[in-house]
Design a protein around this ligand. Structure first.
Ligand code: GAR
Length: 193
């Protein structure tokens, strides 16, 4: 049997999806090895979570580099050192550039809190709420050079009930994310086995 595939998580914020993936690995629901957290916001909460779990963390400040290609080249160095095979974006609020895309073609996935192609970009939950749609949801997709445009892998709908508040919608969407992301990653890793 093949050894466990090595994942890096990229995150910029709270890290609830990081937690869900870490937990799924602990319980054996997701058979993979988490080897690195990459974070572009030195004050992000997710950094402490990863450090508490003993996961190596690469934190950088994009302002310390003159171009995206420069910081992505540094990220690639860290990913190669850790022998990373898959990049899992979990609330990484930055477009992936050509340096990373070329090195990890077809091996970068993202989670987005809407039913793409509806409501791409920032604050997808707020966009859906303000639009008054009755259904939104969660999408997991491959990453390409566009903004939330890559090939869709999995989607799950979330009903927006009458009188639902925006925070309630956010909780409902995150509940789905935390279950769908580990399950979809597991399916992806075992495809063709
Ligand atoms: C998640 O809801 C994720 O879908 C979203 O950021 C949140 C991160 O939460 N991602 C995007 O909007 C990407 N365009 P977390 O830090 O608690 O996992």
């Amino acid at each position: 049997m093949r050894s466990k595939q090595k994942l890096a998580i990229f995150a910029s914020g709270t890290g609830s999806n990081y937690d869900a993936i870490h937990e799924a690995i602990q319980t054996g629901e997701l058979e993979a090895e988490l080897v690195l957290l990459v974070c572009d916001r030195p004050q992000a909460l997710v950094i402490k979570k990863a450090a508490d779990n003993g996961l190596p963390v690469f934190v950088f400040n994009p302002r310390d580099y003159s171009t995206k290609a420069d910081f992505e080249a540094e990220i690639v160095k860290q990913l190669k050192k850790a022998a990373v095979e898959w990049i899992i974006l979990a609330g990484y609020m930055r477009l992936i550039g050509t340096v990373l895309l070329e090195c990890f073609e077809g091996r970068i996935i993202n989670i987005h809190p809407s039913l793409l192609p509806a409501f791409p970009g920032l604050d997808a939950i707020g966009q859906a709420f303000d639009a008054g749609v009755k259904v939104s949801g969660v999408t997991i997709h491959y990453v390409d050079a566009g903004m939330d445009t890559g090939q869709i892998i999995a989607q799950q709908a979330v009903a927006i009930k009458p009188n639902m508040t925006r925070p309630a919608l956010q909780s409902a969407i995150q509940l789905v994310e935390h279950e769908l992301y580990p399950r979809t990653i597991q399916q992806l890793l075992t495809q063709g086995e």
